[in-house]
Design a protein around this ligand. Structure first.
Ligand SMILES: NC(=O)C1=CN([C@@H]2O[C@H](COP(=O)(O)OP(=O)(O)OC[C@H]3O[C@@H](n4cnc5c(N)ncnc54)[C@H](OP(=O)(O)O)[C@@H]3O)[C@@H](O)[C@H]2O)[C@@H](O)CC1
Ligand SMILES: Nc1ncnc2c1ncn2[C@@H]1O[C@H](COP(=O)(O)OP(=O)(O)O)[C@@H](O)[C@H]1O
Ligand SMILES: [K+]
Length: 495
């Protein structure tokens, strides 16, 4: 599992380490690793470091210092290195090291034929928005040059991933001591490119992280346990309240997402039209058709968790359904039409003790938070902050969909999903996701694990079916890929 720490935490850890080490040690560790990565990239690009052309964009802080010391190492290996100062000052030690090693200082015009650029404009000490001289220098970087960001791509807010105006677009970001949240969350994540983490010894001084990213190896232990002696009730039963006479497909998609994630049983509860479709596509689902007034969802039978909302209309019937489900003392996923019902009547969450997972996209979250027009955009630009705020305000686990899905718990923890792909931006894929999360909840996972593991599997399924070329997919394609996305579980070894 990877974790990230905000700037203030990184600074405190750096101070603690620096107090125990000779001055400049951390910067040398950072510069050595940076030069090693740049050297590797140059060898891949032009076959060698000797004679390769390297440009350095140098701001006035220590970020520029890192870049200059790394440039000095590359110059000693024979690279032709030119540094372009962009601030009022230049790190003095780095300047001397570069010139001693045979590097030079020049202007942005000297960047015209570089193979590789080190972006040392600003790191964790930058204020939002690059200055005009930095923006002008970036324009002179050849379009095909390899760009390596030092610690963070300049212009990206390291704490949030926000970009204000122009920011560096890196092929690789070499980050020191800890991942910063802004490297993992779009738009910052997109600007960071591939991330190379360098351990400079901050570990013992970093607190327990609140922001984590799951990896493949984290999954097996986090999936529902599949005991050899399990029967279908012990594996978990999911209730799905979805679909309406107008939107019938959402019900089929949600039930399919749950069944293909692995579950003891799905009980579908809904209007006659979606119920017919669910029966026809998924004969294994147990279907209850509700009367027109939507009374008595609970009579469908016992379940360990519910999904409510995909394809529901936010009318009186929809309201009655969401109210009944949220009144039950089991975990509930609320999605789509269910979120619209909640946006109009937040009191439906009052008094709930069992875990709740809300799965809004930015538009739905803007309505839930009753934001003025433009709220959607605001949320997309500040995904982390809004996911955390919503989790706190609703006392629920909030999965904010879209580019970089963020899952926030009411206790302030966040997991950022690394498997998302834009091929998922297709109608109905969110319905499949709510079924996946519902199945994991019914299987006994916590709301935070169910939502974050669910998003991970959903993204992985999309990648598997879409392939490295990113072939287009539709939501139903995810059904077939889900079982392949689910790794072996610890308890299945004896099979
Ligand atoms: N601490 C450590 O132990 C270690 C730290 N390390 C490294 O240090 C980095 C942090 O260095 P830092 O604190 O000097 O800040 P930094 O990111 O260089 O930027 C500050 C300078 O930039 C300027 N500036 C500000 N905003 C700007 C803007 N929008 N556009 C343009 N310029 C702007 C501003 O200058 P001024 O306003 O005076 O012109 C200010 O002085 C960190 O990311 C890592 O790389 C590693 O060596 C490992 C050990
Ligand atoms: N650019 C993107 N990158 C990664 N995932 C995306 C992107 N756009 C959308 N998604 C994912 O696609 C799914 C779409 O869900 P949703 O908006 O609810 O669609 P629908 O309601 O049509 O099912 C979500 O899981 C979301 O995170
Ligand atoms: K930088």
């Amino acid at each position: 599992m990877r974790h990230a720490h905000p700037v203030a935490v990184v600074r405190a850890a750096e101070a603690a380490v620096m107090a125990r080490l000779p001055a400049g040690t951390l910067m040398q560790r950072a510069a050595a690793a940076l030069a090693a990565v740049a050297g590797r990239l140059l060898r891949r690009r032009v076959g060698r470091v000797y004679g390769a052309r390297v440009g350095i964009l140098v701001g006035s802080g220590d970020n520029g210092g890192d870049a200059l010391f790394a440039g000095a190492r590359l110059a000693r290996a024979g690279a032709r290195v030119v540094a372009v100062p962009l601030g009022a000052r230049v790190h003095a030690g780095g300047r001397d090291a570069l010139t001693d090693a045979g590097g030079s200082f020049g202007s942005a015009a000297d960047l015209a034929d570089v193979d590789l650029v080190l972006d040392g404009i600003v790191g964790i000490g930058g204020r939002p928005g690059l200055r005009p001289e930095a923006v002008a220098a970036l324009r002179r970087v050849p379009a095909d040059a390899t760009v390596v960001a030092v610690d963070v791509p300049s212009g990206v807010d390291p704490d949030t991933g926000e970009v204000c105006g122009t920011a560096v677009r890196a092929d690789v970001t070499v980050t020191f001591g800890a991942f910063k949240p802004g490297l993992l969350i779009d738009p910052g994540a997109e600007h960071a490119g591939r991330i190379e983490y360098v351990d400079i010894g901050l570990g013992p001084f970093l607190p327990t992280p609140w922001l984590t990213v799951l990896d493949d190896e984290d999954l097996p232990a986090r999936l529902p346990r599949l005991a050899r002696t399990a029967d279908k009730y012990q594996r978990g039963v999911l209730g799905v309240v979805a679909g309406s006479p107008r939107y019938t497909g959402a019900a089929v998609l949600t039930v399919g997402g749950a069944l293909r994630t692995g579950i003891g049983m799905v009980r579908f509860v809904g209007a006659a039209e979606p119920a017919d479709r669910v029966r026809a596509r998924w004969p294994e689902a147990v279907v209850t058709v509700l009367p027109d007034d939507a009374r008595d969802v609970a009579a469908a039978g016992r379940v360990q968790a519910w999904v409510v909302g995909p394809g529901l209309e936010p009318d009186d019937v929809g309201h009655a359904l969401v109210a009944q489900v949220l009144a039950m003392p089991v975990p509930v996923v609320v999605d789509a039409g269910g979120l619209a019902v909640l946006a109009a009547d937040r009191s439906l969450l009052d008094g709930r003790r069992a875990p709740t997972v809300l799965t809004p996209h930015a538009g739905e979250l803007a309505r839930l938070l009753r934001m003025p027009p433009g709220g959607r955009r605001d949320i997309e630009e500040h995904r982390l902050a809004f996911a955390r705020r919503a989790a706190d305000e609703f006392g629920a686990t909030v999965l904010l969909k879209g580019t970089t899905t963020c899952v926030a718990s009411p206790s302030g923890l966040v997991r950022v999903n690394p498997t998302g792909t834009p091929v998922l931006a297709t109608a109905g894929s969110g319905d499949v996701l709510s079924g996946v999360i519902g199945a994991l909840l019914a299987g006994g996972l916590s709301a935070f694990d169910a939502a974050s593991v669910g998003a991970y599997l959903h993204g992985l399924a999309a990648q598997l079916v879409s392939g490295p070329a990113g072939r287009p997919i539709s939501a139903t394609d995810l059904w077939a890929a889900l079982p392949d996305a689910i790794p072996g579980r610890p308890d299945s070894r004896e099979w």
